[in-house]
Design a protein around this ligand. Structure first.
Ligand code: GDD
Ligand code: MG
Length: 334
């Protein structure tokens, strides 16, 4: 079976990190998010992944030069312009010639879902489309789904106004679709699967959903992105884990690394201390600096302190400075 992974979004909410790296290429547990997704799909027997590319396709092509990822064949479908989620699915599926049941995954969601269980549920219900659901406390930032006792979807509401959500079960971003769904997606314009296509399938009574309490996180904002990384060292993922300090990271013996990830290609100088943070390849934490609750791709100067701060590739925290709740460089200034 084949799968489409949607990786063409702008990653706006993760700026400045996504100025240089598209969101699905940002590492979680020292591996690109998209590689984590491909591994999940491979475990369910998916043998080809079609990457639905738009914004910045080159980093994906460069990262997997032999056209495979985790042993799975990759097919690149580069949209001429952003087509939104359904438009992107149709474009990618047409590009790869999909004509059988297939899987779709949002490129920023990480989960321990057993995708083969979702496929089995889809077949048992004779559904046209099946969505994975997960419960959350505040559903208003997501697609919210109401189901009957059989798992048949009664309503799908994308990002309802706070307080109006019909349930606390949300679209978790993994779907099983029949090729007939593609015929519902008009060509040549932006179409959202959440706002236009799912409601049409609901009207025909053929949209089903399966809720699970598997680990699930949408990495599309700084706080959950950092959390997703820390979860990989906290041992709470079903089959996955990562070392805090990746081999190849340059961490001075007098530096203190506590509950953090430091990737290969990052440097942490003498006397620096890093807590609950994610230090990515290319980052340099200079002598005596203190980094807490932060994500760093750039440079933190000597004796500087950053707390709850996101530092992009071009970000430089001056020597001795103190910053809290900041984005460097400021993404809104561009
Ligand atoms: N190729 C392509 N083209 N991909 C796109 C486009 C596009 O025009 N627009 C968005 N994407 C990709 C993004 O890169 C991302 O992987 C995925 O589609 C979902 O887009 P997001 O921007 O992350 O959406 P969201 O997080 O606000 O909401 C979606 O995910 C939630 C779960 O995390 C929706 O599917 C919600 O219903 C869902 O609850
Ligand atoms: Mg998202």
């Amino acid at each position: 079976m084949r799968a489409v992974v949607l990786v063409g979004g702008f990653g706006t909410r993760l700026r400045p990190l996504t100025f240089t790296t598209p969101k699905p290429m940002l590492p979680v547990g020292h591996r690109p998010i998209v590689e984590n997704l491909v591994r999940m799909l491979a475990a369910a027997g998916i043998d080809e992944v079609i990457l639905g590319l738009g914004f910045k396709p080159e980093p994906f092509i460069d990262a997997f030069p032999d056209g495979t990822c985790a042993g799975v064949r990759l097919h690149y479908a580069v949209e001429p312009e952003p087509l939104d989620t359904a438009g992107a699915i149709r474009f990618a599926a047409d590009h790869a010639g999909i004509n059988d049941t297939f899987v779709v995954v949002n490129g920023d969601v990480l989960t321990d879902l057993d995708v083969s269980a979702l496929i089995a549920f889809h077949r048992a219900k004779n559904a046209e489309a099946t969505i994975h659901l997960t419960p959350v406390d505040d559903p208003s930032a997501y697609g919210v789904v109401a189901i009957d006792s059989e798992g048949c979807v009664e309503r799908f509401v994308e990002k309802p106004a706070p307080g109006t959500a019909p349930s606390n079960l949300i679209n978790a971003g993994t779907y099983v679709l029949e090729p007939s769904v593609l015929q519902r997606i008009e060509l040549g314009r932006k179409v959202s699967i959440e706002r236009e296509i799912f409601p049409l399938i609901v009207d025909d009574g053929r949209l089903f959903a399966m809720a699970t309490d598997d680990y699930w996180i949408d990495t599309g904002r700084p706080e959950p992105y950092r959390r997703a990384n820390l979860d990989m060292i906290d041992g709470i993922r079903r089959r996955l884990s990562a070392p805090g300090i990746e081999p190849g990271a340059e961490v001075h013996p007098t530096a203190l690394i506590e509950h953090s990830l430091v990737s290969s290609g990052a440097v942490v100088a003498p006397g620096a201390s890093v807590h609950d943070s994610v230090i990515l390849a290319g980052a340099v934490i200079h002598k005596g600096a203190l980094v807490r609750d932060s994500i760093v791709m750039g440079t933190v100067g000597e004796r500087a302190t950053i707390i709850d701060t996101v530092v992009g590739v071009a970000g430089v925290i001056p020597e001795g400075a103190t910053l809290e709740h900041a984005f460097v460089p400021d993404p809104t200034a561009v």
